[in-house]
Design a protein around this ligand. Structure first.
Ligand code: SF4
Ligand code: FES
Length: 389
């Protein structure tokens, strides 16, 4: 691997980041088993202040960032969200609120729209209350999400519907597409669970089978053709069953950056799983300084750091070696080729993990223990055993 200094020297030509994921808080009313946030969440007492967030957003705009994704946890847990949105607007940043859509009264939503919110991304766990509430760990959340979606539509906020699919819900994609149409979404984002953070704990209860993934891909292809011009559907094949990895976050420190609730700056949302890397903080340096000069940002930037097989691979500037977080999780080496790649020595092991986990039958492990109404969780589990296995 090249030293950070060498990598940095070769990356002077790197452009500014286009997107900033602002994780305003880790607090969240839901407890999705696929949560990719860290096992150890930032506490409320460690969250950045309103003034610091405003400073960070101004620095992002100066740096060249165009879009800010206000995320969490659940960003509406912050009472200063309106002020933050207003600041995005004043700084010329396009703001996208990523929300679970619960505990979000209509007047609060109207206030956010009035403050200049440009777009909302609403996450829904499943197209029916029973499964949605079991997966989210919050009884009644489906009903609240649908009410929020209706209010968003009334306010004229552009909506992207987001759903994370896994073994229990991957067979529900057709119904999610219908839901996207019903709520007036312009875009549907179908994300597959990514196994870092809390999601790694639940891999055995989440992993779909190859047959499920292939069937889902066919549903998406058909719908894309039928709904062209009405609904954009984003979906990629999950890594475990792919031949090549995806360019995670468009490549390490190439297009976007994350700021955590306590102010750490990361090149990707799961980078805190790379525990040997010292990530900088907005409390100590400017975003510009961090983006161009922080050793953590230059560590895997570009191609100079790559070992074989990536170093001599013709795809190295297409996928940038895949995901560092996944490389560490599976191989124990963050600098290895992403094991999702068929050229990796670890690829067969990764496929075996996926196929073995896809046959496992385990209950979800929720953050904070299992305290959702057991009948809700149980019913949905048995239903999915019938329909999705
Ligand atoms: Fe991507 Fe590396 Fe695999 Fe080539 S060898 S396809 S660069 S992960
Ligand atoms: Fe960290 Fe892919 S999530 S590099």
């Amino acid at each position: 691997m090249s030293s950070p200094q060498e990598a940095h020297g070769s990356e002077r030509a790197i452009g500014p980041p286009l997107g900033l994921l602002a994780e305003l808080t880790h607090r969240c009313p839901l407890r999705c088993p696929y949560c990719s946030n860290p096992l150890e969440l930032d506490r409320k007492s460690s969250e950045l202040s309103t003034e610091t967030w405003k400073r960070v957003l101004s620095e992002a705009a100066d740096l060249g960032v165009l879009q800010v994704h206000l995320s969490g946890g659940e960003p509406t847990a912050r009472p200063d969200l309106e002020e933050i949105v207003r600041h995005c607007r004043a700084a010329g940043l396009y703001s996208n609120l990523i929300t679970a859509g619960v505990n979000l009264p209509n007047d609060r939503l109207a206030g956010l729209a009035e403050a200049g919110l440009d777009h909302v991304q609403l996450s829904v766990q499943a197209p029916d209350p029973e499964t949605n509430d079991a997966v989210s760990g919050l009884a009644g959340s489906f009903e609240q999400k649908m009410a929020t979606a209706a209010a968003m539509r009334t306010l004229g906020l552009p909506i992207t519907l987001n759903t994370v699919v896994h073994r229990r819900t991957i067979g529900d994609i057709e119904r999610m597409i219908q839901m996207a149409l019903d709520i007036g979404a312009r875009r549907l984002e179908i994300a597959h669970a990514q196994y870092y953070g809390w999601a790694l704990k639940n891999r055995r209860s989440l992993m779909p089978s190859r047959a499920q993934v292939e069937a889902a891909a066919m549903v998406v292809e058909k719908a894309r053709a039928e709904l062209k011009g009405r609904l954009v559907i984003d979906s990629v094949v999950p890594d475990y069953y792919a031949r090549y990895p995806k360019p995670c976050m468009g490549g390490w420190a190439r297009q976007s950056l994350n700021v955590t609730p306590s102010g750490k700056v990361l090149p990707c949302h799961a980078a805190e799983t790379l525990t040997d890397i010292d990530f900088p903080s907005v409390r100590e340096a400017s975003l510009r300084n961090i983006w161009f000069d922080a050793p953590a940002f230059n560590l895997f930037r570009g191609t100079g750091w790559m070992p074989e097989p990536c170093r001599s691979c013709e795809r190295r500037e297409l996928d940038w070696g895949g995901c560092r977080c996944q490389a560490l999780a599976i191989t124990g080496d963050a600098a290895a080729a992403d094991p999702a790649c068929s050229k990796s020595d670890w690829h067969e092991r990764m496929v075996t993990i996926a196929e073995t986990d896809a046959r496992a039958r385990e209950d979800y492990i929720y953050r904070g223990g299992r305290s959702i109404p057991r009948n809700v969780a149980r019913k949905a589990w048995h239903r999915s055993d019938i329909t999705n296995s």
